[in-house]
Design a protein around this ligand. Structure first.
Ligand SMILES: [Zn+2]
Ligand SMILES: [Zn+2]
Length: 305
């Protein structure tokens, strides 16, 4: 067999597979009773790997939160499945070229910035330059707030959530999307920043609850173990919270499993698909119209997609 024939056969088989997948991709499952937007998915090693997770978890469309190393792959995924994916761009804000990089990424089609996970104060000068860029370009910023070192996420990131109202006030034209353990633990008023995933009843009056109520430019990303832990630790409180902030909350997974059904997951996704776990809990706790807002409408409105 010549190389030419081998290549032709290979390309034909790729085309057949792609066509079969696209045919399926146009009719995503509707097992959640509404279309679903996952606003927090990190790019997989291949274009088809991205599709595998959203098809498996019953997700209609996903936002690929993309670091610089994965940018080409994310672009290829959006190009291959424009109805199923959009992308955000992210970089470590301590890099000297961070703002230039993000500006170029936005010109190249990134719909937002994130997740931004930098080892700086959330109100530091690097972050304030980003907040100004977000306002200038009218693009949202997903931020990872972490105050406690974790084996799966060593260090602290964007510290100082309890005082972040100063930034929400200073940058009223910037759209912030909060995420990660400090963001969700701070729904409870007594959070002492000593543990990542506090359990037990929530004490009303935490800064996350207050800021969501007070600042129209703050939204919430419910992904990861942090969002899931919040829903599970005090379901009665969570149910009222979902109604209270029904126009501000957005479902996301941050899942590391491969198939949208729990295979190959690490950390909080070990043995389960966290997309499925959180969608199941949201469906249980929220009235149907609120569920639809959280898993579909709010994100589509915010991202204008
Ligand atoms: Zn994160
Ligand atoms: Zn999963």
């Amino acid at each position: 067999m010549s190389d030419a024939i081998g290549r032709r056969e290979f390309l034909q088989s790729v085309a057949v597979m792609a066509a079969a997948t696209r045919a399926g991709a146009q009719t995503p499952s509707n097992e959640w009773g509404t279309p679903v937007l996952d606003i927090h998915l990190h790019p997989r090693a291949t274009v088809e790997g991205n599709l595998l997770h959203i098809d498996g978890s019953g997700v209609t469309k996903a936002v690929l939160l993309t670091g610089a190393a994965a940018e080409e792959r994310a672009k290829q995924t959006v190009a291959a499945y424009p109805a199923r994916f959009v992308r955000f761009a992210s970089i470590d804000m301590t890099q000297p070229n961070a703002i230039d990089y993000l500006r170029k990424a936005a010109q190249g089609g990134a719909m937002g910035f994130g997740e931004i996970k930098s080892q700086v104060a959330a109100a530091g000068p690097e972050m304030q330059r980003l907040f100004a860029l977000g306002a200038e370009l009218n693009l949202p910023i997903t931020m990872h707030f972490q105050e406690v070192n974790q084996p799966n996420s060593p260090g602290t990131f964007n510290t100082g959530l309890k005082q972040f109202d100063a930034m929400l006030k200073k940058f009223p034209k910037t759209t912030f999307i909060g995420h990660a353990d400090a963001f969700w633990a701070n729904v409870s008023a007594e959070y002492a920043e000593d543990t990542s995933y506090p359990t037990g009843p929530i004490k009303p009056g935490g800064v996350t609850d207050k800021f969501l109520g007070d600042y129209p430019n703050l939204y919430a990303d419910m992904s990861a173990n942090s969002g899931n832990n919040f829903l599970n630790r005090d379901p009665e409180f969570a149910a009222a919270f979902l109604v209270r902030h029904q126009n501000k909350l957005m479902f996301g997974s941050d899942c590391s499993c491969t198939d949208g059904r729990g295979a190959g997951g690490r950390g909080a996704s070990a043995g389960r698909c966290i997309a499925r776990a959180t969608l199941t809990m949201l469906k249980k706790l929220a009235p149907p119209d609120v569920f639809k807002k959280i898993v579909w409408e709010n994100g589509n409105r915010l991202l204008k997609i």
